[in-house]
Write a protein that binds this ligand. Structure first.
Ligand code: ZN
Length: 279
């Protein structure tokens, strides 16, 4: 299993330039690019420079993060999302073919069926709009009580029902743990549907109380990462694990130390199930 870095981990003080340089130096295989960091980079550089970086580097662009609240939108705000999809043009230039998409929060008293219908509709519409760019949508459920889609099982049903080959799921260990997603549901999944795998860990708070700020380096918290990794191995998923933390404490660390620690902690956890693979 290869290892990628998600820029949320150094979100507060780093830049795309710095994250690229340190990820390359410390052995990562991939990077997930945040849209705000990309916009910031493009104030100083042309897309062609980013393309040139990836051409000479072993580092691969794994995915863009993220299009938020794709479901339960009115027409006007949906147009904003469609506008954001133009990043597909940059994706074409640098070879990044995946964008993470996130469901709505605080939608009110909708049943799970109504949420499912609306989210499938939104995903299909976006998938068709993304297709001309060659973009895939990786649907990420969020393990918060107020997220309309907050377990693996619920998210995977939606992805299956959308029936688009450019729609898949994000498995994030934190979100999986935070609302008690079930390993049986993961065990039923087709590994080809897992477009992105986020590895992380968290403090031991009860389900429903966990927030992104409680994330800690892989192996240093209470998530049963062994069970998740074992299940992934069973179903035949072994592509890439992307280190994604949102911990304010780590944002204050020296950037290089944070990036190096992410690689070391993730590889230590992964290695017993998946021997290192180099591109
Ligand atoms: Zn994630």
């Amino acid at each position: 299993m290869k290892i990628a870095f998600n820029q949320a981990t150094t979100m507060k003080h780093s830049t795309l330039e710095l994250d690229l340089a340190y990820c390359e130096k410390h052995g990562y295989d991939g990077i997930e690019i945040r849209l705000d960091k990309l916009k910031d980079y493009l104030r100083r550089h042309r897309p062609q420079e980013l393309k040139a970086f990836f051409e000479r580097s072993a580092l691969r662009p794994l995915a863009f993060n993220a299009l938020e609240q794709i479901s339960f939108r009115d027409e006007e705000s949906f147009r904003q999302i469609v506008n954001d999809l133009k990043l597909g043009e940059i994706g074409g230039i640098i070879g990044c073919r995946t964008v993470i998409v996130v469901p709505a929060f605080d939608v009110g008293d909708y049943t799970k069926q109504a949420i499912r219908d609306e989210t499938v509709r939104a995903l299909r519409q976006l998938a068709d709009l993304a297709r001309p760019y060659g973009l895939r949508l990786a649907f990420e459920f969020v393990g918060y009580p107020n997220c309309s889609v907050n377990t693996f099982g619920q998210a995977y049903d939606i992805v299956r029902e959308a029936e688009r080959d450019n729609v898949g799921i994000v498995l994030d260990c934190f979100h999986f743990h935070a609302m008690n997603s079930r390993l049986e549901d993961l065990r039923q999944a087709d590994p080809a549907d897992i477009f992105v795998f986020h590895i992380d860990d968290c403090e031991d708070l009860p389900a429903g109380a966990l927030r992104d700020r409680h994330r800690v380096w892989p192996g240093q918290g209470c998530i049963d990462l062994d069970a998740i990794l074992r299940t992934l191995k069973e179903i035949g998923y072994g592509e890439m694990a992307s280190v994604e933390l949102f911990r304010p404490e780590y944002w204050e660390w020296d950037i290089e130390r944070a990036i190096r620690t992410g690689y070391e902690t993730a590889s230590r956890v992964i290695r017993s199930y998946f021997p290192p693979v180099k591109a």
